[in-house]
Ligand binder design. Structure first.
Ligand code: FE2
Length: 303
């Protein structure tokens, strides 16, 4: 099949045809996918027949595989590869609403069937992955679990010049204690004061190393005390985060993926955020994810 990129028509996202990730990619195919990724931020490849090893090779092709920050929390809490939570391959994260017997559940030891908060993957580690690759194995039919993405170049570009200037000097401490369903990670301690919040400090505006564009970098948001702007007192930090989160998740910046089995989505964590709608907990949903290793975050220094 001829290679082709078909933009979604929304603020981000495109279908890419004519690429088969079950086979090693040629250098030319890699360059084609890289260009489409820079242009559209989120790519969908349909009808892919992939094993976990293929998902790792995809990550390797675009910068190397990275182990998810959540894996160690589960291992520390005693989860093993038989738990259905921890993959035999360190580079694979299992995203599912199944219990350990393979039955769909409302809640499990992961994020279950819950709606997820807007977030970028692993913003709570020092070097977050630059991209994520998610492969649909079992997905509900008309049962939710849709993944929406938002374009953080566009949300940055739409800010006033004064706000852009202000954000260049600010950083967020990214709370590492909770998952994106809002649950406390196994063995982690939920902060009771701002001083208790643990996690790395990242700039609020990052410069994309490939495109040179600035993007808002918000990570994720929980009720205070949680992630906060380190240069501001708590009430000012909350007010500014309220304003930016409301701005950065507007429908006009969003494209939504409605899953079909064998869909493979590859997104850029440096310039997008994503969320998941609630899942019909009577239907099984299992996806496998690999992460593309991130370079150290580059802070934007000019608007
Ligand atoms: Fe995620």
């Amino acid at each position: 099949m001829a290679r082709e990129v078909i933009p979604s028509g929304a603020a981000l996202g495109a279908d890419v045809r004519g690429i088969d990730f079950s086979l090693p990619l040629s250098a030319d195919d890699k360059a084609f996918v890289q260009q489409a990724w820079n242009d559209h931020l989120v790519l969908r490849f349909q009808d892919q027949d992939l094993e976990d090893e293929d998902l790792i090779r995809m990550a390797d092709d675009f910068g190397g595989s990275q182990v998810a920050g959540s894996r160690q929390y589960y291992i520390n809490a005693g989860y093993d590869t038989k738990s259905g939570r921890v993959s035999r391959l360190p580079g694979i994260t299992i995203v599912s609403n199944l219990d350990k017997d393979g039955k769909p559940e409302k809640a499990n030891s992961g994020t279950g069937s819950s709606e997820l908060l807007w977030h970028t993957d692993n913003s709570y580690v020092d070097n977050p992955p630059k991209g994520s690759i998610l492969y649909g194995i079992q997905v509900p039919i008309n049962g939710g679990g849709d993944t929406s993405f938002v374009n953080q170049y566009e949300t940055y570009d739409a800010l006033s010049e004064a706000m852009k200037k202000r954000l260049l000097t600010l950083h967020i401490r990214h709370d590492n204690s909770r998952n994106t369903a809002g649950g406390t990670r196994p063995t982690a301690k939920r902060p009771e004061t701002r001083e208790d919040v643990e996690g790395p400090v990242h700039p609020m505006v990052r410069k994309h190393p490939d495109t040179g564009r600035n993007a808002l970098y918000l990570g994720r948001r929980y009720a205070s005390p949680s992630s906060y702007i380190v240069e501001l007192p708590q009430d000012e930090s909350e007010d500014l985060l309220d304003e930016l989160w409301a701005h950065a998740t507007q429908d006009k910046y969003v494209w939504t993926q409605v899953w079909t089995p064998k869909d493979t989505i590859m997104w850029d964590n440096r310039c997008t955020m994503h969320t998941r709608s609630q899942i019909d907990h009577t239907q099984p949903r299992e996806l496998h994810r690999s992460l593309i290793k991130g370079e150290p975050i580059i802070a934007a220094t000019e608007i």
